[in-house]
Ligand binder design. Structure first.
Ligand code: NAP
Length: 281
C-alpha cells in the first residue's frame, strides 16, 4: 500500500465524533508525531450522525490521510470504507480509517489491541483462564471481544442495558470461546477476575444498577471511559473494595499508537505519552 503526500505540507489527520471537544487525541498524536519526526497535523471534527458519510467523504476528498472514529460513528464507519482489516470485519466497527492510493479507504479497529496492551503490558494482568464481565454492547465493546476471547478466558459475560444486543453479540462471537450475553439484572456471581465498563454511562455521570456479588477482593475494575477523577463506575467498584480500579487512559494511548502505526508505518513509544497524561489528569 502507498500513501501520497503533498511535498512540504503536513499530512492531515484527525478524529471524527459527536461530541468531540473533550478528546485528548490531538495531544497524543501531536506527541507521537514529534517523537517520530512526522510532518502531520491532527484535528477534531465534530460530525453529527446524519452527516457522517457526507462529511467523512468530503474530508478524504479534500486531502485528509487518516481519521480516528469515535462515539457514535464506529459502526457507520465500518459501512463507509472500501475494505476492512480482518479484526475490523470481525468487530463490524471501525475506529481508524486510512487513505491509501490503491485501495482508498481502509477501515481498522485498534480498540482491542489498545485494551489488551494496557491490561497485559501496562497493568501486568494475566488474562488466561480469567472470568471476565464486559458491560455494554456498543462500538467499543465490539472491538475488544475477539482479542479478549483469544486470551483463552474461562468465561466472558457481556451484559447490556438492552439485553438483546448483548445476546446478539455473544452469539456473533461464540465461535471464539465461552461467551454469553444478558441484561444487567441477570448477571450472576461468583465475583469476576476482571470487569470492564464499555458503556457510555460514565460520560452521563451514571452507573447502572448491578446485582450484588460481582466484585471480590481480587476483582480488577476497568472503565474504558477517561477523564479527571473518579467515574461512577470506579466509585462503585471502590465502594465494594475491588482490588484495583483504573480508567481508559492506557487503552486510549495504545489504540492511538496502533492507528499511528497503520498511517505512518512507525510504532511510537507510548510510555512518554502515558507519563505526560498522568500529569494532566
Ligand atoms: N479508552 C478508550 O480508548 C476508549 C475507546 C473506545 C471507547 N471508549 C469509551 O467506551 C464507552 C462506550 O463507547 P462506544 O463507542 O461503545 O459507545 P456506543 O457505541 O454509543 O455504545 C454505548 C453503550 O453504552 C450503553 N449505555 C449508554 N448509556 C447508558 C446508561 N445510562 N446506562 C447503561 N448503559 C448505557 C449502551 O447501551 P444500549 O445498547 O442499551 O443503548 C451501549 O451498550 C464510552 O465511554 C467511550 O468514551 C474508550
Amino acid at each position: 500500500m502507498t500513501t501520497g503526500t503533498h511535498a512540504g505540507l503536513p499530512d492531515q489527520y484527525g478524529v471524527a465524533g459527536h461530541p468531540i471537544a473533550h478528546s485528548w487525541s490531538p495531544f497524543i498524536h501531536g506527541m507521537f508525531a514529534k517523537a517520530t519526526a512526522q510532518n502531520l497535523v491532527y484535528r477534531l471534527f465534530d460530525i453529527a450522525p446524519e452527516d457522517f458519510r457526507r462529511e467523512t467523504l468530503r474530508l478524504f476528498t479534500s486531502g485528509v490521510r487518516g481519521l480516528n472514529v469515535t462515539l457514535p460513528h464506529k459502526q457507520a464507519a465500518a459501512e463507509l470504507v472500501n475494505e476492512l482489516t480482518p479484526r475490523a470485519a470481525r468487530a463490524q466497527a471501525v475506529n481508524t480509517i486510512a487513505y491509501f492510493d490503491d485501495i482508498q479507504l481502509l477501515g481498522d479497529n485498534t480498540d482491542g489491541v489498545g485494551l489488551i496492551t494496557d491490561l497485559e503490558q501496562n497493568l501486568g494482568l494475566q488474562l488466561a483462564h480469567a472470568r471476565v464481565l464486559v458491560l455494554g454492547a456498543g462500538g467499543a465493546v465490539r472491538g475488544v471481544l475477539a482479542p479478549l476471547l483469544e486470551r483463552d478466558l474461562e468465561q466472558l459475560v457481556i451484559a447490556n442495558r438492552t439485553a438483546v444486543r448483548a445476546r446478539r453479540l455473544a452469539a456473533d462471537f461464540s465461535d471464539l470461546g465461552p461467551v454469553v450475553g444478558c441484561g444487567f439484572s441477570e448477571i450472576e456471581g461468583p465475583p469476576y477476575d476482571l470487569i470492564v465498563n464499555g458503556t457510555s454511562a460514565s460520560l452521563q455521570g451514571e452507573m447502572p444498577e448491578m446485582p450484588v456479588g460481582l466484585i471480590g477482593e481480587e476483582t480488577v475494575c476497568y472503565d474504558m471511559a477517561y477523564g479527571r477523577g473518579h467515574t461512577p463506575f470506579t466509585l462503585w467498584a471502590r465502594s465494594l473494595h475491588a482490588k484495583r480500579t483504573t480508567k481508559g487512559w492506557g487503552m486510549l494511548v495504545e489504540q492511538a499508537a496502533a492507528s499511528f502505526a497503520l498511517w505512518r508505518g512507525i510504532k511510537p513509544n507510548t510510555q512518554p505519552v502515558l507519563a505526560a497524561l498522568a500529569e494532566h489528569r
